[in-house]
Ligand binder design. Structure first.
Ligand code: NZQ
Ligand code: ZN
Length: 384
């Protein structure tokens, strides 16, 4: 097991009917920017519930955060923060709204006028406090310190992370997820699954606690997925999945392991250029990365075949290949396309995607840093 350090200061309040806890969790004198997405938080009553819980506190609402939160739209919220002397941000939504809140928390304290520099690697030294009410289990953003922001007019999608942007607390009420359209439920399943394997399906480091936690989360996600689709109002299943998705990316699964993250690195370009849902980009890229790195990942993929899919056998390569096939089948059974052609993309698009990777300097991806532009091209071409 590799050496590690673990820090996660986010308080989790899990359970039905917990939005009212905002009253004790948010400081009485807070001046709050409430950030939300399109219409779902209004339509399903969550925003009203939040407002009621916050009582007499000063609140300014800023909605319209799109899926894959957009830099230029978020700059509008930054104006509100200045104008109303906001000192606390509350995100009500899924990963996009939460990531938007993280960016705003950092941008509000970032001296340079060009806030995009935060996404280009400039270190932040301060951030506003913020918290979340999660309505879509998927990204784990509610309990981690990462954020992904898009800049559509420049065809960019980039991430930043800092210990300063852990949420102060996150409210995880699984009953909030029952209104999710199937497309978003499925996206959440695929995203959480891939978060686990980006950290697990790399090298054998002997991190038994982390490995077996990852395997159990994968088994739970596979088991609960059909229920989430067949019984969208099953709060027990929503809760199991919500907590699994949070654990998939709250840092626990990287302990003692080597991360891959090339699937996300390449996948983000598919969203940046073609607005494909984040999870669906991962379903396309993952089998390609695993095939490309079959030799290096063989031991871990064979372990996955045994411990997650319950397969048996002595041939490690066969088992590893079976894990790849089973995983692709799982995505397909959820109705998620795993080929570029499923999204009407072809060879010319691969060229554009590789150019985008070059533009942001993503030239050495993966646990061995050996996925250069040629490798990314090969991986994408294998997914036509
Ligand atoms: O905009 P509204 O009307 O609110 O609708 C949203 C949105 O259209 C809807 N929705 C959310 N909660 C709902 C609901 N609809 C009905 N009932 C509810 N309870 O769902 C749609 C998608 O929401 P979004 O927040 O975009 O989805 P998700 O949580 O999948 O977030 C995706 C974003 O997170 C980033 C992705 O790249 C993408 O930009 N990620 C963030 C990560 C992180 N910070 O750690 C890691 C991930 O790998 C990922 O990259
Ligand atoms: Zn993801």
């Amino acid at each position: 097991m590799l050496n590690f350090e673990y820090y996660n200061p986010t308080r989790i309040v899990f359970g039905e009917d917990t939005v009212k806890r905002l009253d004790e969790l948010v400081p009485q004198d807070a001046r709050i920017l409430i950030l939300y997405g399109g219409n779902s938080a209004i339509k399903h009553g969550t925003l009203d519930e939040v407002m009621n819980a916050l009582g007499q506190r000063v609140t300014v609402a800023y909605g319209g955060v799109q899926a894959n939160p957009e830099y230029e739209h978020l700059l509008g919220a930054l104006e509100k923060i200045k104008e109303h002397e906001i000192n606390f941000i509350l995100a009500v939504g899924g990963g996009s709204v939460i990531d938007g809140a993280k960016f705003l928390a950092a941008a509000a304290k970032f001296a340079d006028e060009d806030k995009w520099k935060i996404l280009e690697g400039s270190q932040i030294t301060a951030a506003l406090p913020f918290a979340t009410v999660l309505t879509l289990p998927a990204t784990g953003s509610e309990m981690n310190s990462g954020s992904v922001i898009s800049y559509r007019s420049r065809g960019l999608k980039r991430s930043f992370s800092s210990p300063l942007v852990f949420p102060k607390f996150s409210i995880l009420d699984p009953s909030k997820a029952v209104t999710l359209p199937e497309r978003q439920t499925v996206n959440g399943i695929v995203d959480a699954f891939v978060h686990i394997v980006e950290q697990y399906a790399t090298k054998q480091t002997g991190a038994a606690v982390t490995d077996e936690f990852a395997e159990s989360l994968l088994r739970i996600i596979i088991r609960v997925a059909p229920t989430l689709i067949a019984e969208p109002e099953n709060v027990q299943a929503r809760g199991d999945f919500m907590w699994a998705a949070t654990n998939a990316l709250n840092g626990l699964l990287r302990l003692g392991e080597v991360g891959d993250w090339s699937v996300h690195g390449i996948g983000h370009q598919l969203t940046a250029l073609y607005q494909i849902d984040h999870a669906r980009t991962l379903a396309v890229v993952l089998p390609g990365v695993w095939q490309y790195k079959l030799e290096a990942k063989q031991a871990k993929l064979a372990q996955m075949a045994r411990n997650v899919y319950g397969l048996q056998g002595d041939d490690e390569r066969e088992l590893a290949l079976a894990a790849i096939n089973k995983t692709e089948e799982f995505f397909q059974q959820l109705g998620v396309g795993t080929r570029l052609a499923d999204y009407d993309l072809g060879k010319d698009d691969v060229k554009a995607l590789v150019q985008n990777l070059e533009k942001i300097g993503a030239t050495s991806l993966g646990e061995d840093k050996d996925i250069d532009l040629n490798a990314s091209r090969e991986i994408l071409l294998s997914r036509l």
